[in-house]
Design a protein around this ligand. Sequence first.
Ligand SMILES: [Zn+2]
Length: 62
Amino acid sequence: MTAAKKTTSRRPAKKQPVPCPDCGDAGQVSESFQVGGRHKRQSTDRQEALCLTCFGTGQAPD
Ligand SMILES: [Zn+2]
């Protein structure tokens, strides 16, 4: 007779998503851009751009 091996169903530790260091889980970054042809100047406007660090997921890549 073999003793029934009690398997403790231990859940694997749920991996906490790490917020993206660049956009802070927003998935987007607002960046300034330059306008003008010959005389480049920094636009006061900001454009929303997809965060290239997390590709819009808002989570830091592994
Ligand atoms: Zn990001």
